[in-house]
Design a protein around this ligand. Structure first.
Ligand code: HEM
Length: 303
């Protein structure tokens, strides 16, 4: 669903039918990512190992979709007012004044296309899981949706009124942050408080760990959306919660993701609730994003 939304809103393309294939390609690509963090990975990458071959195939699969979207748009010459049209029209005012090559367009589009759906899909999956385990929260969430929507489908104009739904989504990303760790490399010796990170060292910051720190969140393992009332939020320091990162490389899609998450939750929960299939194991698979290792087997029930 999030893939179809990213395709439609950002590229005005219908890619919903390719969702399974693209999802599989992305899984293969992410599996190799773990290996890329190992020493000597640049040499490993050149060997025709099965994982590398799968990665190259996955890349070709993803490229095929992206290049098709670019090609269709260039041919049509239409300004659809979406992100892809903006990228095609962009000119490098500080450089040669030209537009982007197909490879540059592919790189920019691929980043946004992948960053824009895999994260939100994980956030939503964990949210359905948490709701299924917490009936009191779920009842309050349903109450808000029924009251605000009165049986209609939600639209953009409903977003401001769906406050509790947003608190549920925020609390879900506290416990299961889709981006669970981010890293930076120190370009030169860099001092942080009493520590000096030597040049070239890699610094990792984990949302997963900080979000579960009892100094910031009492009884941290408890799923409690009430932590996200404005008054409660104000009591905590800024970077005790950073699902979208921070600073100059803050997620460019943050506002999009909040709105999408809230509206999708409301649209689905208006009619349906999800229940775990009994005995289904729930484990973490932390790669680039925080996926549930065995998927999330749920039964959909009409409310
Ligand atoms: C729940 C959903 C999302 C989460 C948790 C998330 C998280 C993040 C995080 C933590 C970063 C910073 C990475 C770093 O500092 O190294 C980031 C960057 C980015 N995100 Fe998101 N994101 C989400 C949704 C989206 C969406 C919907 C889009 C596009 C429409 C998007 C596009 C991007 C891009 C392009 C960057 C790179 C920005 C830059 O480096 O300047 N993200 N995201």
């Amino acid at each position: 669903m999030t893939l179809a939304i990213a395709g439609k809103t950002l590229f005005d393309a219908d890619v919903g039918g390719e969702a399974d294939e693209i999802g599989d390609a992305l899984s293969d690509a992410m599996k190799l990512f773990n290996r890329l963090t190992l020493p000597f990975s640049q040499y490993l990458e050149r060997l025709p190992l099965p994982a590398t071959r799968r990665f190259n195939k996955a890349r070709q699969r993803l490229d095929a979709t992206i290049y098709r979207m670019i090609d269709e748009r260039r041919k049509s010459g239409h300004d659809r007012g979406d992100l892809l049209s903006m990228l095609i029209q962009a000119r490098d005012d500080e450089g040669d004044g030209k537009g982007m090559t197909d490879v540059q367009l592919r790189d920019e589009s691929m980043t946004i296309f992948l960053a824009g759906h895999e994260t939100t899909a994980n956030a939503l999956t964990w949210t359905w899981y948490l709701l299924s385990q917490n009936p009191v929260v779920e009842a309050k969430f349903h109450e808000e949706i029924d009251r605000v929507l009165g049986g209609r489908s939600p639209g953009f104009e409903d977003y401001p009124a769906l406050r509790y739904t947003e608190m549920v989504f925020a609390e879900s990303m506290r416990l299961y942050p889709p981006a669970w760790i981010i890293g930076r490399r120190a370009l030169s010796d860099y001092r942080i408080g009493d520590y000096v990170a030597p040049a070239r060292s890699i610094l990792l910051m984990s949302q997963y760990i900080v979000h579960r720190n009892p100094n910031y969140f009492s009884d941290p393992l408890r799923f409690d959306p009430e932590r996200w009332t404005p008054a409660e939020k104000e009591k905590r320091p800024q970077f005790s919660y950073f699902p979208f990162g921070g600073g100059p490389r803050l997620c460019i899609g943050e506002q999009f993701a909040w709105m999408e998450g809230v509206l999708v939750l409301a649209a689905v929960a208006r009619r349906w609730r999800m229940r775990m299939v009994s005995g289904h194991p729930v484990e973490l698979e932390p790669t680039v994003t925080l996926r549930p290792r065995h998927g999330m087997r749920m039964t959909i029930e009409r409310r």
